[in-house]
Design a protein around this ligand. Structure first.
Ligand SMILES: *Cc1c(COP(=O)(O)O)cnc(C)c1O
Length: 403
């Protein structure tokens, strides 16, 4: 099966930036290569005047007080804004906090927002519980709906269209430029959870207003950090986002920011390797008799493949697999339990391979998903292991599907 991925390695284009940005100025003798890890609550100033003057710089990336961010956080924010192509970034305590911040920042009681039916589960729960409690209504829309049909979901008070593309369980890729035009026509903001597309999908070139990232995934890359970020592209959006983060006490810990900066140094080579392995395994799986369909954005069976082809500069390490309808959910669970190299656990984007079921009641949904009506399904995160070892592991577990 052909794909266009081999000619697209957007990770390589980032390589120099990932190596040289977020480094201390190199002009003084004895400067460390890396940003120092500064832990702290209190920041001391020589005079009250100095303290008051620094306090006015809350919209700059200045060190004012620990709860307003540390030097590693501010260096991380600058490089993340550059990678995404936005003007400013706010780092926060988790990817989920990054998903909830745009609602808390840009909506008010009486507003309505639209979320894709394939949205990350905890974002869905936040909308159904917290947003509802504060009088913000949510409608879930089928993520593969055409913009013409999606127009019918807008109300007079719809102020935000949220997207996650591709969906991190069912991998529908959305037509982001068309959704941006639709949102703006309706006087709403377009927010994108760009976790899968970090570095290879440039949100602001495609009309996105607010981009969110789980730094927990590719940027930190070693399954040892929980952190998130929100990136915006106008001074107006930055001011209200920064004010809201300070009012909510949102930040990412200095250690986590420092580890994420370290992770970013190798993100390009890690993801170049992992995305090639992921695509090779996805293609190999399409040839397996047990497999009905592979949901990988670079393969034609994936809903919205044409938008991936048009808008993305590469592919990620996470994709979905649907088995033939002959297999029961319990057979797939046996298959998963018998994998030796694929860990069973939440998250993805680290250096190691993972597996999770995506059928059997794992995910709440209102509309039909690409994984409905076929056999059981699961998703794979492909790590840095030897690809032949990963294939051998999948092969030995496939034998147990039939037993
Ligand atoms: C993991 C994930 C999040 C949340 O990140 P955490 O740091 O685990 O809170 C948000 N969106 C997507 C698409 C994710 O995969």
């Amino acid at each position: 099966m052909t794909s266009d991925h081999s000619v697209k390695n957007g990770w390589q284009a980032l390589a120099t930036l990932l190596t040289h940005q977020a480094r201390p100025e190199q002009n003084a003798a004895g400067t460390s290569v890396n940003v120092p890890l500064t832990r702290g609550s209190t920041v001391l100033f020589p005079t009250l005047e100095d303290m008051n003057a620094r306090g006015k710089l809350r919209y700059e990336h200045e060190y004012i007080y620990g709860a307003m961010g540390s030097p590693p956080q501010h260096e991380l924010e600058k490089i993340l804004a550059t990678i995404e192509g936005g003007t400013h970034c706010q780092a926060v305590s988790s990817g989920l906090a990054a998903c909830t911040m745009p609602f808390l920042t840009f909506l008010k009681t009486g507003d309505h927002c639209l979320l894709p039916d394939n949205v990350y589960g905890p974002t869905r729960r936040f909308a159904n519980h917290t947003l509802k409690r504060f009088g913000v209504e949510t409608t879930f829309y089928p993520p593969s709906l055409s913009p013409e049909k999606l127009q019918a979901y807008f109300r007079d008070n719809t102020r935000m269209l949220f997207t996650e593309s591709p969906g991190s369980h069912t991998f529908e890729v959305q037509d982001i430029p068309a959704l941006a035009a639709l949102a703006h026509k309706n006087n709403a903001l377009l927010t994108l959870d760009n976790t899968w597309g970090f570095g290879i999908f440039k949100p602001f070139e495609h009309g996105v207003d607010i981009s969110v990232q789980a730094l927990t995934k590719y940027p930190s890359g070693h399954s040892d950090v929980i952190a998130g970020a929100i990136i915006v592209n106008t001074p107006e959006h930055w001011k209200i986002l920064r004010d809201t983060a300070i009012e909510l006490g949102q930040l990412a810990g200095a250690d986590d920011c420092w580890l994420t900066l370290r992770g970013l140094r190798t993100m390009g080579v890690r993801l170049a390797h992992q995305s090639q392995s992921a695509l090779a395994i996805a293609q190999w799986l399409t040839t397996r008799p047990e497999v009905e369909k592979v949901l990988h954005p670079a393969l034609p069976d994936c809903p919205g493949h044409e938008f991936w082809k048009r808008d993305f500069k590469g592919a990620g390490s996470l994709f979905g697999v649907i088995l033939k309808a002959d297999y029961a959910q319990s057979a797939m669970e046996r298959f998963i339990n018998n994998l030796q190299l694929f860990g069973i656990g939440a998250s993805w984007g680290g250096y190691e391979s993972l597996v999770l079921p995506t059928s059997g009641g794992m995910i709440t949904r209102n509309y039909e998903a690409p994984t409905d009506g076929a056999g059981p399904s699961f998703r794979l995160q492909i790590g840095l292991e030897n690809i032949e070892d990963l294939k051998a592991d999948l092969s030995q577990a496939f034998v147990l599907l039939k037993s």
